[in-house]
Structure formats: C-alpha cells, structure tokens
Design a protein around this ligand. Sequence first.
Ligand SMILES: Cc1cc2nc3c(=O)[nH]c(=O)nc-3n(C[C@H](O)[C@H](O)[C@H](O)COP(=O)(O)OP(=O)(O)OC[C@H]3O[C@@H](n4cnc5c(N)ncnc54)[C@H](O)[C@@H]3O)c2cc1C
Length: 385
Amino acid sequence: MVDFALTPAQQDIVDQARAIARRCLAPRAAEHDRTAEFPADNFTDLAGSGLLGLLIPESHGGLGADLVAYGLAVAELAEACGSTALIFAMHCGATRLLSASPGQTARDALKDVIRNGKLVAWGFSEPGTGGNVLKPQLRATRTEHGFTLAGTKAFCTGAGHTDYYLVNTASGEAEFRRSQSMFLLPADTVGLTVKETWDAMGMRANCANTVQLDCAVEPSACVGGHGGGLPLLGHALPALVLGLAAASLGIARAAGGFATEHVTRRVHADTGANLAAYQGVRFHIAELTTRLHTAHLSLLHGAATAETDPLEALPAMNLAKYICNSAAIAVADLAMQVTGGQGFLRSNGLERHYRDARAGAVMGANLDVLRDMIGKAALGLDPRS
Ligand SMILES: Cc1cc2nc3c(=O)[nH]c(=O)nc-3n(C[C@H](O)[C@H](O)[C@H](O)COP(=O)(O)OP(=O)(O)OC[C@H]3O[C@@H](n4cnc5c(N)ncnc54)[C@H](O)[C@@H]3O)c2cc1C
C-alpha cells in the first residue's frame, strides 16, 4: 500500500523549512544571485533553526530526519533560493556520511555542526574524471605520520566558505569494496587552497570553486579508515541523489508558480480576457502541472524506497533524479513561454529559476549517465556495470 500522508514529525520539518525559506531565503535570493556571493546570512538562519543537523541522528544531537522529510525540506528551500538549497543538500550528504563513520574525528565535526553551525563541503568531482566519484585521481600516500594528499577537486559547492571538506581518494586496494578512502579536512588545513573559479550562469551563489590539495594529514583524518570509504559513500548517496532531485523540484515549483499566477493576472486590453483564456496557454499549464506532479511523486517514491528497500533504492532514486532534473528544465521553459516578455525580465525572478534549473542535469549522476543506468535496470542488467 502506498501512503502519501506525512507523519507529524515529517510535517514539522517541512513546515520549518518552508517558514525559513519564505521569511529569510526568498527575499534575499535575487541579491545573492546578482552578487554571486555566498549566502552566509541564510546559513546563519538555518543553523539557528537546527536544520544543519537535519540528517544527523538524534543520538549525535541532530534532528534525525528521514529521507522523505529531508527531500521535501530541500524542495522548500530551493523554491526560495536554488543556490542555498544546493549548498544545504551537499552539506547534508556529507553529514550523513560522517554520521556513519566510526571514530572521534567524525563525531567532533558533527558536534561542531550542531553546536556551532559549521558547514561541510562535499568534494568528489575532479577535473580529470568529472563526476565519476568511483574514479578519483586525488592521491593519498601513507607516510610515517599519516597521509599526504595531492590532487584537485572541481566544482566543490561552498568551497572557500565551508568549515570542513570531505574528499574521496582511491585507496589503491585491488578489491572494489576497499577501493576508496574518505578524508575530512578542516578548512584551515595547511596545503588546502581554494581557487575562486565559480562564475556561473546559474546557481550563482553556490560558490562551487576548485580545491587544491597538497597536504600532510594525521591518520585520524581518514574517516572510516584506509580503504573503508565505499560503504560510507553508499550510506551517504541517497542524501545526494535525492537532494539534487529535490532541489530541481523546488526550482520547478517556483517557475510553475510564477507562470500560473502570471497567466491568471495578465489581461489583454483588446479582449479583456486573461492569458488563461487561451486554450494554447492552458495546454502549457497542463503540461507543466503534469511535470510537477510526476516529479513530486517520483521524489516521494525514491525517498520512501531508499528508507525501506535497499535492493530497489538505487533504481528508484535514479528515476527520481532523472524525472526531477528534467522537469526543472521543462517547467522553467514552459513558464518562459507563457509569461512572454515579463518572464524575460530580470526583475521577475523566473529567469533565475530558468538558469538555476540547468544545474541538476549536469550534476552527478548527470542525465546521460542516469539514462544509461535506468535502461540497464529496466533490462535487468547491473546498473553499476
Ligand atoms: C552547480 C554545481 C554544483 C556542484 N557541486 C558539486 C559538489 O559540491 N561536489 C562535487 O563533487 N561536485 C559538484 N559539482 C560537479 C558535478 O557533480 C559534476 O561532476 C560536474 O558538473 C561534471 O563536470 P565536467 O565538466 O567534468 O563533466 P564531464 O565529465 O566532462 O561530462 C560532460 C558531459 O558528458 C556526458 N557524459 C559524461 N560522462 C558520461 C558517461 N559516463 N556516460 C554518458 N555521458 C557522459 C554528459 O552529457 C555530461 O554532462 C557541481 C556542479 C555544478 C554545476
């Protein structure tokens, strides 16, 4: 049986995210987009509400939300400010990974998040291997005192503004399950430098900068131990995939909401009727409504499946990301059509959603990789092959 009703705990989290999104994030979004500055004020507010600990278990002092509440909360934030929602989702993915990591380093960082509102960046993409998180070229070499790290992480959301960096390296172990190691580095680690490369068409306040690493770290920086990264990645992946899906859903909702409101309000002087009186416009609204509905259901399904059915989780999450990322682009495009010249004006916000909508499609797993995995799953082939 499918139950779409939220529990009181889930609803509380969604309500809290919606309240902050509307009161704090939405009024600032245009300015953050214009200046492309990191939305530090938004994260002060999110920290104050406890939402930075959304995916940290209650036993570690967090809110211990499930993936359904998390996904819907990210969508609420994205409806107001895509950049903030994306930074938030990457942070939550990183904290979920740390929550599954044994050892004091991860526990201390989580405490820092909860008590001091600290932020964690997720640096997995690289210039050489793009979004293929399983093939990092960042090298970790064992030394007498720990490890040296040498390499570059590309497009690291929030880089230059977060307090910690979670990065993955190939461990060099032959066995696939032992092939990755995770390192948690405080922002002031000697040899960690951020190059401000982010000047983007959309998600402009996201600050997905380049991180260069040439550092020596203690053994304790390797959370999960050498070769122990892959199970941690498996645990964190749902927060990333669903977070990116949810960010797209929120952007799509913002674009669709603007369009629906506009076609009702805009009246042609010659006919005295609004745009909604044209059947062609209603067809566009029907199309975007269908896209929004499908995207919402796919997110709920992906999140609920990730919570309950480990075997079916990956195909369900891949579908959710594919449907939501595609919907954001399609809905923003339809909204542009029915809002005419008004939609084109920078003062109206729709063009920001139109630009932001493109991000999810290229973020890992990008739409082409997803199409491949969805096809393999439909044919009964191993989607990871
Ligand atoms: C707004 C934003 C925020 C980001 N934040 C983060 C972050 O916080 N952390 C992080 O680690 N990364 C982040 N990324 C990086 C992102 O997840 C991708 O890794 C990155 O965009 C890939 O860029 P690239 O130019 O290397 O793509 P390439 O790997 O060169 O791919 C370009 C295109 O080629 C095609 N392609 C590539 N591989 C395949 C394949 N296997 N099969 C079929 N087609 C393929 C796709 O069409 C793809 O879009 C972010 C990116 C953006 C845009």
